[in-house]
Design a protein around this ligand. Sequence first.
Ligand code: ADP
Ligand code: TYD
Length: 205
Amino acid sequence: MLVSFEGIDGSGKSTQIRYLIHRLEQEGIQHKVFREPGGTELSEAIRALLLNPEMVINPVAELLLFSAARSQLVSEQVIPLLNEGYVVILDRFFDSTTAYQGYGRSSLPINEIREMNRIASHGLLPDVTFYLKIEPGDAHERTVGLRKDRMENSGDRFYELVASGYNELATNEKRFKTLDGRRSEQELHDQIWLHLSHLMKEDLS
Ligand code: ADP
Ligand code: TYD
């Protein structure tokens, strides 16, 4: 089973993934977590380039670098683990590219971004995508004072566009499960677990 988490920076993805790992460990369910970009030697090297505030990267090059990192992660880690029956959890997947490089940066038309996403993810689709929906201003309040990476230096307007991109995806994609990111950590975890445990039961039957 492939599970992705999406939402703007500071929406609570890493926190919910921590709760989920704890639950999966308690339940004795084999699982593995990756953050994007990252998860392989090549993908981590690309991550360092992408997030370096000193690096000048044009919007199309940015799209291609995120996609290259993804392709390596999917082929080297995700596909083999899914074949072995693991639950694979992704802290961001190609919906981030649609929201950030598509809606945020307008690097290419959305239909071309979709095609790039299909290529980079080797046709894999998440079984479910948990979208932690939160206003950029609320997310900003949570992360104020933290050092900013290259993406996070992109300004308020950029984050408004990214958030509207996610909202558009949430209305169009059936696999999206939208959650109110302002709820408490425990409440959100309970919603996520309820949904995921149902899906896992269906998967077995
Ligand atoms: P992301 O991985 O999406 O960037 P994090 O999980 O790192 O987000 O959370 C960003 C910040 O918000 C952290 O300081 C975290 O403790 C806090 N946080 C996470 N979830 C919640 C929540 N449900 N309510 C309030 N604060 C939260
Ligand atoms: P990271 O620190 O992992 O994210 P977060 O702040 O949510 O914990 O940084 C990854 C950054 O890269 C984040 O700003 C989102 C961005 N990103 C894209 O622009 N496109 C993508 O395809 C992916 C996977 C991430």
